[in-house]
Design a protein around this ligand. Sequence first.
Ligand code: HPA
Ligand code: MG
Length: 225
Amino acid sequence: MADVVLQTERGSGGIVIGDDWPGYSLELFSYPAHYAGDLQCVVVPHGVIMDRTERLAHDIMDDLGDHDIAVLCVLKGGYQFCADLVDKIKTLSCSSDRTIPMRVHFIRLKSYLNDQSTEDLHILGEEDLSFLAGKNVLIVEGIIGTGKTLKALLKHVKAFQPKMIKVAGLLVKRMPHNTASVPDYVGFEIPDRFVVGYALDYNEYFRDLNHICVISDSGKMKYKI
Ligand code: HPA
Ligand code: MG
Protein backbone atom coordinates (compact mmCIF):
# COMPACT_ATOMS: atom_id res chain seq x y z
CA MET A 1 0.00 0.00 0.00
CA ALA A 2 1.37 3.41 -0.95
CA ASP A 3 2.34 5.74 1.86
CA VAL A 4 0.22 8.81 2.45
CA VAL A 5 1.96 11.86 1.02
CA LEU A 6 1.22 15.06 2.87
CA GLN A 7 2.40 17.88 0.66
CA THR A 8 2.35 21.20 2.43
CA GLU A 9 5.33 22.95 0.86
CA ARG A 10 3.30 24.70 -1.80
CA GLY A 11 1.06 26.55 0.65
CA SER A 12 1.61 30.29 0.20
CA GLY A 13 -0.16 31.12 3.46
CA GLY A 14 -2.69 33.16 1.53
CA ILE A 15 -3.52 36.87 1.69
CA VAL A 16 -2.38 38.12 5.09
CA ILE A 17 -4.84 40.31 6.98
CA GLY A 18 -2.88 42.06 9.75
CA ASP A 19 -3.85 42.35 13.41
CA ASP A 20 -4.21 46.13 13.07
CA TRP A 21 -6.57 45.94 10.06
CA PRO A 22 -9.81 47.59 11.29
CA GLY A 23 -11.94 45.95 8.59
CA TYR A 24 -14.44 47.70 6.31
CA SER A 25 -17.36 49.60 7.76
CA LEU A 26 -20.62 47.68 7.42
CA GLU A 27 -22.15 50.82 5.95
CA LEU A 28 -20.15 50.21 2.76
CA PHE A 29 -21.81 46.87 1.98
CA SER A 30 -25.23 45.29 1.93
CA TYR A 31 -26.04 42.56 4.40
CA PRO A 32 -29.24 41.07 5.83
CA ALA A 33 -31.18 43.56 7.99
CA HIS A 34 -31.78 40.86 10.61
CA TYR A 35 -28.09 41.10 11.53
CA ALA A 36 -28.07 44.86 12.12
CA GLY A 37 -26.13 45.50 15.35
CA ASP A 38 -24.77 41.94 15.48
CA LEU A 39 -21.60 42.64 13.49
CA GLN A 40 -18.55 44.81 14.04
CA CYS A 41 -17.00 45.04 10.56
CA VAL A 42 -16.46 43.25 7.26
CA VAL A 43 -13.11 41.44 7.16
CA VAL A 44 -13.34 39.86 3.71
CA PRO A 45 -16.04 41.04 1.29
CA HIS A 46 -17.79 38.34 -0.74
CA GLY A 47 -16.31 39.47 -4.06
CA VAL A 48 -12.77 39.17 -2.72
CA ILE A 49 -13.52 35.66 -1.45
CA MET A 50 -14.68 34.73 -4.93
CA ASP A 51 -11.60 36.20 -6.65
CA ARG A 52 -9.23 34.46 -4.27
CA THR A 53 -11.13 31.17 -4.67
CA GLU A 54 -10.73 31.42 -8.43
CA ARG A 55 -6.96 31.64 -8.02
CA LEU A 56 -6.94 28.69 -5.61
CA ALA A 57 -8.86 26.70 -8.22
CA HIS A 58 -6.11 27.58 -10.73
CA ASP A 59 -3.39 26.44 -8.32
CA ILE A 60 -5.22 23.19 -7.61
CA MET A 61 -5.63 22.65 -11.35
CA ASP A 62 -1.90 23.24 -11.92
CA ASP A 63 -0.96 20.73 -9.23
CA LEU A 64 -3.63 18.10 -9.69
CA GLY A 65 -4.86 18.52 -13.26
CA ASP A 66 -5.63 15.16 -14.92
CA HIS A 67 -5.77 13.35 -11.57
CA ASP A 68 -9.09 12.08 -10.27
CA ILE A 69 -9.78 13.64 -6.90
CA ALA A 70 -12.12 12.88 -4.06
CA VAL A 71 -13.18 16.19 -2.57
CA LEU A 72 -14.02 15.90 1.12
CA CYS A 73 -16.13 18.87 2.14
CA VAL A 74 -16.02 19.56 5.86
CA LEU A 75 -19.52 20.58 6.97
CA LYS A 76 -21.03 22.77 7.93
CA GLY A 77 -18.60 25.68 7.76
CA GLY A 78 -16.93 24.52 4.56
CA TYR A 79 -20.00 24.09 2.39
CA GLN A 80 -19.99 27.49 0.70
CA PHE A 81 -16.25 27.54 0.04
CA CYS A 82 -16.37 23.96 -1.22
CA ALA A 83 -19.31 24.69 -3.53
CA ASP A 84 -17.61 27.78 -4.98
CA LEU A 85 -14.20 26.09 -5.28
CA VAL A 86 -15.67 23.05 -7.06
CA ASP A 87 -17.62 25.41 -9.30
CA LYS A 88 -14.47 27.30 -10.30
CA ILE A 89 -12.54 24.06 -10.92
CA LYS A 90 -15.46 22.90 -13.12
CA THR A 91 -15.32 26.13 -15.12
CA LEU A 92 -11.56 25.75 -15.61
CA SER A 93 -12.02 22.12 -16.63
CA CYS A 94 -14.34 23.29 -19.41
CA SER A 95 -12.07 26.02 -20.71
CA SER A 96 -8.64 24.37 -20.68
CA ASP A 97 -7.10 21.20 -22.02
CA ARG A 98 -6.59 19.94 -18.49
CA THR A 99 -9.39 18.62 -16.40
CA ILE A 100 -9.97 17.23 -12.92
CA PRO A 101 -12.64 14.58 -12.54
CA MET A 102 -14.08 15.18 -9.07
CA ARG A 103 -16.33 13.29 -6.74
CA VAL A 104 -17.61 15.23 -3.79
CA HIS A 105 -18.14 13.73 -0.34
CA PHE A 106 -19.24 15.30 2.89
CA ILE A 107 -18.13 14.88 6.47
CA ARG A 108 -19.58 16.74 9.40
CA LEU A 109 -17.47 17.95 12.29
CA LYS A 110 -18.49 19.83 15.39
CA SER A 111 -16.15 21.19 18.02
CA TYR A 112 -17.31 24.74 18.84
CA LEU A 113 -19.80 25.97 21.44
CA ASN A 114 -20.39 29.74 21.37
CA ASP A 115 -16.98 31.08 20.28
CA GLN A 116 -14.92 28.46 22.12
CA SER A 117 -13.25 25.38 20.74
CA THR A 118 -14.25 22.37 22.85
CA GLU A 119 -11.92 19.46 23.48
CA ASP A 120 -14.17 16.89 21.92
CA LEU A 121 -14.30 16.69 18.18
CA HIS A 122 -17.38 14.97 16.84
CA ILE A 123 -17.15 13.39 13.43
CA LEU A 124 -20.69 12.97 12.17
CA GLY A 125 -22.07 11.80 8.84
CA GLU A 126 -20.08 9.46 6.59
CA GLU A 127 -17.80 7.84 9.14
CA ASP A 128 -16.73 4.93 6.98
CA LEU A 129 -14.39 6.59 4.52
CA SER A 130 -12.94 3.33 3.17
CA PHE A 131 -13.84 4.50 -0.35
CA LEU A 132 -10.90 6.94 -0.01
CA ALA A 133 -8.35 4.10 -0.08
CA GLY A 134 -5.80 4.72 -2.84
CA LYS A 135 -7.48 8.02 -3.86
CA ASN A 136 -6.17 11.58 -4.16
CA VAL A 137 -8.10 13.45 -1.50
CA LEU A 138 -8.72 17.19 -1.29
CA ILE A 139 -10.07 18.17 2.12
CA VAL A 140 -11.95 21.48 1.95
CA GLU A 141 -12.35 23.45 5.21
CA GLY A 142 -13.90 26.87 5.80
CA ILE A 143 -11.64 27.87 8.68
CA ILE A 144 -8.65 26.50 10.56
CA GLY A 145 -8.55 27.90 14.08
CA THR A 146 -6.53 26.04 16.69
CA GLY A 147 -5.64 23.44 14.08
CA LYS A 148 -6.81 20.69 16.43
CA THR A 149 -9.80 19.86 14.27
CA LEU A 150 -7.72 19.57 11.12
CA LYS A 151 -5.10 17.48 12.89
CA ALA A 152 -7.73 15.05 14.18
CA LEU A 153 -9.40 14.94 10.78
CA LEU A 154 -6.11 14.21 8.99
CA LYS A 155 -5.44 11.36 11.39
CA HIS A 156 -8.94 10.01 10.76
CA VAL A 157 -8.64 10.27 6.96
CA LYS A 158 -5.09 8.83 6.86
CA ALA A 159 -6.34 5.68 8.54
CA PHE A 160 -8.28 4.92 5.35
CA GLN A 161 -4.99 4.93 3.38
CA PRO A 162 -5.57 7.43 0.60
CA LYS A 163 -2.77 7.88 -1.96
CA MET A 164 -2.41 11.60 -1.29
CA ILE A 165 -4.06 14.20 0.90
CA LYS A 166 -4.16 17.92 0.13
CA VAL A 167 -5.99 20.49 2.21
CA ALA A 168 -7.66 23.71 1.07
CA GLY A 169 -8.68 26.13 3.82
CA LEU A 170 -10.35 29.45 3.06
CA LEU A 171 -9.25 31.03 6.33
CA VAL A 172 -6.37 30.26 8.65
CA LYS A 173 -6.29 32.06 12.00
CA ARG A 174 -3.04 33.32 13.46
CA MET A 175 -3.14 31.74 16.88
CA PRO A 176 -0.38 31.36 19.47
CA HIS A 177 -0.84 27.61 19.77
CA ASN A 178 -1.60 26.76 16.17
CA THR A 179 1.20 24.25 15.70
CA ALA A 180 -0.75 21.86 13.52
CA SER A 181 -0.37 21.52 9.78
CA VAL A 182 -0.97 24.47 7.48
CA PRO A 183 -3.19 23.75 4.48
CA ASP A 184 -1.64 23.43 1.01
CA TYR A 185 -4.07 26.02 -0.34
CA VAL A 186 -4.96 28.98 1.88
CA GLY A 187 -7.33 31.79 1.01
CA PHE A 188 -6.58 34.27 3.80
CA GLU A 189 -4.57 34.37 6.99
CA ILE A 190 -6.64 36.32 9.53
CA PRO A 191 -6.21 37.66 13.09
CA ASP A 192 -7.42 35.62 16.03
CA ARG A 193 -10.96 37.02 16.14
CA PHE A 194 -14.25 35.20 15.89
CA VAL A 195 -15.57 35.61 12.36
CA VAL A 196 -18.88 34.64 10.81
CA GLY A 197 -20.51 34.55 7.40
CA TYR A 198 -19.97 32.68 4.14
CA ALA A 199 -21.21 29.52 5.95
CA LEU A 200 -19.21 30.15 9.13
CA ASP A 201 -21.52 30.28 12.13
CA TYR A 202 -21.92 31.34 15.70
CA ASN A 203 -24.28 28.75 17.21
CA GLU A 204 -25.75 28.16 13.72
CA TYR A 205 -26.45 31.85 13.01
CA PHE A 206 -24.78 33.97 10.30
CA ARG A 207 -24.38 31.22 7.70
CA ASP A 208 -26.80 33.32 5.62
CA LEU A 209 -24.36 36.23 5.33
CA ASN A 210 -22.20 36.64 2.20
CA HIS A 211 -19.22 38.51 3.63
CA ILE A 212 -16.83 37.31 6.30
CA CYS A 213 -17.40 39.61 9.28
CA VAL A 214 -16.35 40.02 12.88
CA ILE A 215 -19.27 39.41 15.24
CA SER A 216 -20.01 42.21 17.75
CA ASP A 217 -20.22 41.71 21.51
CA SER A 218 -23.98 42.29 21.37
CA GLY A 219 -24.24 39.70 18.57
CA LYS A 220 -22.44 37.21 20.80
CA MET A 221 -24.81 37.94 23.68
CA LYS A 222 -27.91 37.74 21.48
CA TYR A 223 -27.15 34.27 20.09
CA LYS A 224 -25.37 32.76 23.08
CA ILE A 225 -26.54 29.36 24.34
N1 HPA B 1 -15.85 31.44 13.27
C1 HPA B 1 -16.63 30.37 13.04
N2 HPA B 1 -16.24 29.11 13.25
C2 HPA B 1 -14.97 28.93 13.70
C3 HPA B 1 -14.10 30.00 13.94
C4 HPA B 1 -14.57 31.33 13.72
O1 HPA B 1 -13.85 32.35 13.92
N3 HPA B 1 -12.92 29.48 14.35
C5 HPA B 1 -13.09 28.14 14.35
N4 HPA B 1 -14.31 27.79 13.97
MG1 MG C 1 -19.29 26.28 13.69
